[in-house]
Design a protein around this ligand. Structure first.
Ligand SMILES: Nc1ncnc2c1ncn2[C@@H]1O[C@H](COP(=O)(O)OP(=O)(O)O)[C@@H](O)[C@H]1O
Length: 178
């Protein structure tokens, strides 16, 4: 893709800090980045097949979602914030960040969201089994995927600084920044 700003996927189990990272990154990036909270898009644009009351979650219509995202992503300068990444075509992202959080801390964060107990348990197990990390590793080239700890404000700030540095070198490599 010949855009002047990269496409960055920020993924991880719900509660690991994707939106918090995406917002700070959008504020601190040296080039404008549009933060797309994919879960919110699914709801706002009705890109789902049904709402599952029991799990309190939407069954996403993946074809509709990809059709909606494609023209937006193709111009670059996007942060895709979602709890899964494997449906995004390999050509889309320049960087895939997988956030990780120690499971008891994640449990507390999800409890504060008033998730049903089984949804907390399911997400907690997924984090322990590093499901999202494995998905990312099997969907994208190794050098594109970075795993970052998100357990404190210090982690958040260090992670965002690291991604900002990565954006600067991404631009330098393309002759966009001196
Ligand atoms: N690195 C962090 N350190 C401390 N608290 C965090 C961190 N990342 C996220 N949180 C907190 O965890 C909760 C979930 O974060 P959020 O960004 O909404 O997660 P996600 O988008 O992955 O579901 C929020 O209350 C947020 O303030």
């Amino acid at each position: 893709m010949s855009a002047s700003a990269p496409v960055i996927v920020i993924t991880g189990t719900p509660g690991t800090g994707k939106s918090t990272h995406a917002q700070l990154l959008a504020n601190e990036s040296p080039v404008p980045l549009r933060h797309i909270n994919v879960g919110d898009w699914v709801k706002e644009k009705s890109l789902y097949e049904e709402y599952d009351e029991e799990w309190q979650s939407y069954t996403v219509d993946e074809d509709k979602l990809l059709d909606e995202l494609e023209p937006v992503v193709s111009s670059g300068g996007i942060i895709l914030d979602w709890h899964t990444c494997e449906i995004f075509p390999e050509r889309w992202p320049d960087l895939v960040v997988v956030l990780r959080c120690e499971h008891s801390q994640l449990w507390d964060r999800l409890e504060k969201r008033s998730y049903p107990l089984k949804k907390i348990q399911e997400n907690n197990e997924a984090e322990i089994m590093q499901v999202v990390l494995e998905e990312a590793r099997s969907s994208y080239p190794e050098e594109m995927v970075v795993e970052l700890k998100s357990e404190s404000t210090e982690d958040l700030e260090a992670n965002v600084t690291r991604i900002v540095d990565w954006i600067k070198s991404w631009r330098k490599e393309r002759g966009l920044e001196s």
